[in-house]
Design a protein around this ligand. Structure first.
Ligand code: NPQ
Ligand code: MG
Length: 366
C-alpha cells in the first residue's frame, strides 16, 4: 500500500495538574502527532519527546525537524511497518521521532488488514493492571492526599518521583500511611550519583518493588555497582535505548527490571524485542509512560498486554493527565484498562477535540 503523504500535527494539551520530576515541572503536554495517509487507511503515531531536552536529548522541535528533513524522505514508499526500522537505521539516534513514524505506518497497515495492535504484537490479555506515577509535591501532606485519591480510584501500584531532598521522608510517609500491602516504587530520573549509595540504601527499609533510574543514563557500570549495595531491585529507564542496551545491562548486572517505553527505544517492534530478550533472561518488564494522549496510550496498553509485562505499568487513565483526551478517554475499571480490540490502535482522534488543541499542521506529500 503506497503512502500518499504524512501530516505532522502539533497539539497543546493542558495537564490537570503540574507534573514535577527531578528534572523539571510541566503544565502543558506539547505533543507531535503523525498521520500517515494511504488510499485505503490512515494511521496515527504519537511522538513522546518533550518540549525541552530534559528527560532525554530529544525535544519536539528537533523531532519535527529530523522527521521532515531526514526521516520522512528515507521512509519506504509502501506502508510496510517491518521495513521502517531498517530504512531509518542509517540516521543516528532520534528514536522518539522514528518510533512515531513506525507506529503510524503500523496503524495504517493494521487498519487495512483489520488486525489490532495487541494481536499483532502478541498480547495474551484483554486488560492490563495499571499503576500511577505521582509527581513531587510541595509537602508530604499534599503527597498523602494525592496518593489517597489515586488509591481510591483503584490504581494497583503507586510510583513516587524522587530526587535529592525528596526521597526517604516522603517514601516513609506513604508506606506508613498506606501500609505494607501497597505496591510502591520510586523513580529518580537519573538524579543521583554512586556517591549517594549509602543514602539510597535507606530506601531498603520500605519494601519497594524497585528503584527506577537512580543514576545517569550512561552509568551502566555504576548501576551494576549500586545493585550490589542495595536490597531494592534496580530498574532502568533512560539507560535502555535498544535491545542491545538491555542485553548489556543484563550481562553487567546493572538492573533486574526494565521499564519499556516504545518511544525511548525507537518503536513498538524494538520494544517487543526487549520484551522477548528480558523474558528469556527472567528479567521483569513493565510499560512506562510519557504522558501520552489516547493515541500513544492505546498502543502502550496493547504492548503492556504481552506476557512478559509482569509488573503494572504507568499506563494510567486519560484523566490522570488530561481533562479532555483527543480520543474517547481510557477509563479505569477495577484498576485495569481494556486493551483496544478494533483494527490498528482501535481508537481515533475526535476531530473537533483534535482541532481545538491543534497549534500547527504541516502536510508532507510523498
Ligand atoms: C518516567 N514518566 O518514567 C517518565 C518521565 C516523564 C509517567 O513518570 C512531560 C512529558 C513531562 C513527558 C515528565 C512518568 C514528563 C514526561 C516525566 C515524562 O521517567
Ligand atoms: Mg522513569
Amino acid at each position: 500500500m503506497q503512502i500518499t503523504g504524512i501530516e505532522l500535527r502539533r497539539i497543546a494539551m493542558p495537564l490537570v495538574a503540574p507534573f514535577r520530576t527531578s528534572f523539571g515541572t510541566e503544565t502543558t503536554r506539547d505533543v507531535l502527532l503523525v498521520r500517515v495517509v494511504t488510499p485505503d487507511a490512515e494511521g496515527w503515531g504519537e511522538c513522546v519527546a518533550m518540549s525541552e531536552p530534559l528527560y532525554s536529548s530529544e525535544y519536539v522541535d528537533g523531532a519535527a525537524d529530523v522527521m521532515r528533513r531526514f526521516l520522512i524522505p528515507a521512509l519506504p514508499r509502501t506502508a510496510d511497518p517491518q521495513a521502517v526500522g531498517p530504512a531509518l537505521a542509517p540516521i543516528r539516534g532520534h528514536r522518539m521521532a522514528k518510533a512515531a513514524l513506525e507506529a503510524a505506518v503500523l496503524d495504517a497497515s493494521l487498519r487495512i488488514t483489520g488486525e489490532s495492535f495487541g494481536h499483532y504484537l502478541g498480547a495474551t490479555r484483554d486488560r492490563v493492571p495499571c499503576g500511577v506515577s505521582v509527581g513531587i509535591t510541595g509537602s508530604v501532606a499534599e503527597l498523602l492526599d494525592t496518593v489517597a485519591a489515586y488509591v481510591e480510584e483503584g490504581y494497583v501500584r503507586v510510583k513516587l518521583k524522587i530526587g535529592p531532598g525528596w526521597d526517604v521522608t516522603p517514601v516513609r510517609a506513604v508506606r506508613e500511611r498506606f501500609g505494607e500491602d501497597l505496591l510502591l516504587q520510586v523513580d529518580a530520573n537519573a538524579a543521583y550519583t554512586l556517591a549517594d549509595a549509602r543514602h539510597l540504601a535507606r530506601l531498603d527499609a520500605f519494601d519497594l518493588l524497585l528503584i527506577e533510574q537512580p543514576l545517569a543514563d550512561d552509568d551502566l557500570v555504576q548501576h551494576a555497582r549500586l545493585a550490589r549495595t542495595l536490597r531494592t531491585p534496580i530498574c532502568l529507564d533512560e539507560s535502555i535505548e535498544s535491545a542491545a542496551h538491555a542485553a548489556a545491562a543484563i550481562t553487567l548486572g546493572a538492573c533486574s527490571v526494565v521499564n519499556v517505553k516504545p518511544g525511548r527505544v525507537g518503536g513498538y517492534l524494538e520494544a517487543r524485542r526487549i520484551h522477548d530478550l528480558c523474558r528469556a533472561h527472567g528479567v521483569a518488564v513493565w510499560c512506562g509512560g510519557m504522558l501520552e494522549t489516547g493515541i500513544g496510550r492505546a498502543a502502550n496498553v496493547a504492548l503492556a498486554a504481552l506476557p512478559g509485562f509482569t509488573l503494572p505499568g504507568d499506563t494510567s487513565a486519560s484523566r490522570r493527565y488530561f481533562g479532555t483526551d483527543v480520543t474517547p478517554p481510557f477509563e479505569l475499571s477495577g484498576g485495569h484498562l481494556d486493551v483496544p480490540a478494533g483494527a490498528g490502535l482501535g481508537v481515533e482522534p475526535i476531530p473537533d477535540v483534535l482541532n481545538e488543541v491543534t497549534t500547527a499542521t504541516e502536510w508532507i506529500p510523498f
